[in-house]
Write a protein that binds this ligand. Structure first.
Ligand SMILES: *Cc1c(COP(=O)(O)O)cnc(C)c1O
Length: 393
């Protein structure tokens, strides 16, 4: 296997040369503990605070509203658990969507054991939250609404402005998991009326193990880790300054060229879909055709087992995935696709292609050629029947 093509950028991305360079130079030069009062500590603190300021600027926040965490998962845990526990005197009800990332869903399931009540708002076939259902789900005891900005499996963009404005009128705190949105959608926490927002570096060409939680100043949140009181008491543990530097650099790079990058990805997506349409029958796009980030193309190949297709593509040097990386080892169909279509066959036949900027038309041609070959093979041996046959009987 010589050439490999990586189309799993929604699972993680390759660290960029720029981010890597800045991170390594910080590792080499700034090893002090940012809490130490000597010059080594002061150097570390300066770098840490510069990184904080950079991240804040990219999303229209103030530096003291930015908290470094270990990633998207931890940011989501602190936001939801920390806020819920600190505000349970105001109410015990939380609203999320049915297609949130596991780090939101399982956090909420943990909270249910503590007496919180969670409503899961359904989505339509396009993977867009049913807004009217969200309005209906809210009760007097609702303290928090958390809806992702962009879905990690199908790439759909949620109508966040309407949701956040509704929450503002009800004085309900609104959190969004923006891990998949940074770099694809412009974010301004003030204008978008967002009270808390999670991000992660490794989805935007930064390293794994670092993320950010934005918390609007004035919100009360209990820490979920106790310790030395770093990150203004919200996230104890000695800060990894080089990772914070890398996070800042990754967010800056991702948010600087959103429009240009989206255009490039849109062209790739169009080319890919056109070629698929020309060569492979019975393929359907999962998710909204327009309200989606261009990097994500999730396709249902009728009658095939997606896991088998992923393995065959891997043998051809092409990396894709079924739904999310978290589900990759499980036998359950994706909760996102099930919420959208309530169709196990479709969920089990769906593959996610998530593009990066570097891919060439020649590589897309190769991918589609391999796809056509493998899909044909799998359909021949498929234990499922193509639906049309089923309906005929
Ligand atoms: C990847 C991802 C996360 C988790 O982020 P980690 O940094 O890997 O913990 C959370 N939410 C969404 C939407 C994601 O895509």
């Amino acid at each position: 296997m010589e050439k490999r093509i990586y189309l799993d950028n929604a699972a993680t991305t390759e660290i960029s040369a720029n981010v890597y360079k800045k991170m390594i130079s910080s590792f080499q030069q700034t090893f002090g503990n940012a809490k130490s009062i000597h010059s080594f500590g002061r150097d570390a603190l300066t770098e840490l605070e510069n990184a904080r300021e950079t991240v804040a600027k990219c999303i229209g926040a103030k530096p003291n509203e930015i908290y470094f965490t270990s990633g998207g998962t931890e940011s989501n845990n602190i936001a939801i658990k920390g806020f819920a526990r600190a505000n349970k005197n105001k109410g015990n009800h939380i609203v999320i969507s049915a297609i949130e990332h596991d780090s939101i869903i399982n956090t909420c399931k943990d909270l249910e054991k503590e007496g919180f009540v969670v409503s899961f708002v359904p989505v339509d076939r396009n993977g867009i939250i049913r807004y009217v259902e969200l309005l209906k789900a809210v009760r007097p005891k609702t303290i928090l609404v958390s809806i992702q900005m962009v879905n990690n499996e199908v790439g759909t963009i949620q109508p966040l402005q309407a949701i956040s404005e509704f929450c503002a009128t009800k004085e309900i705190v609104f959190h969004t998991d923006a891990v998949q949105a940074i770099g694809a959608c412009p974010v301004d926490v003030e204008k978008n009326k967002i009270s808390m927002l999670s991000m992660s570096a490794h989805k935007i060409h930064g390293p794994k193990g670092i993320g950010v939680l934005y918390v609007k100043s004035g919100l009360k949140i209990d820490p979920i880790v106790s310790g030395g009181g770093q990150e203004r008491g919200l996230r104890s543990g000695t800060e990894c300054v080089p990772l914070a530097v890398a996070m800042a650099e990754a967010v800056k790079d991702a948010t600087e060229n959103i429009e240009k990058n989206n255009q490039t990805l849109k062209n790739i997506k169009r080319y890919f879909l056109r070629k698929i349409k020309q060569t492979i029958p019975a393929v359907e796009l999962n998710g909204h055709t327009r309200d989606r980030i261009p990097a994500n193309v999730n396709l249902a190949f009728e009658g095939i087992d997606a896991k088998a297709l992923v393995m065959l593509l891997d043998m051809s040097g092409i990396a894709v995935s079924t739904g999310s990386a978290c589900n990759a080892g499980s036998i359950n169909p994706s909760h996102v696709l099930m919420a959208m279509y309530d169709d196990e066959d479709r969920a089990r036949a769906s593959v996610r292609f998530s593009f990066g900027l570097g891919i060439t038309p020649g590589e897309v041609d190769y991918v589609v050629d391999c796809l056509a070959k493998h899909v044909k093979k799998l359909r021949k041996i498929s234990p499922y029947k193509i639906k049309k046959d089923k309906e005929d009987k």
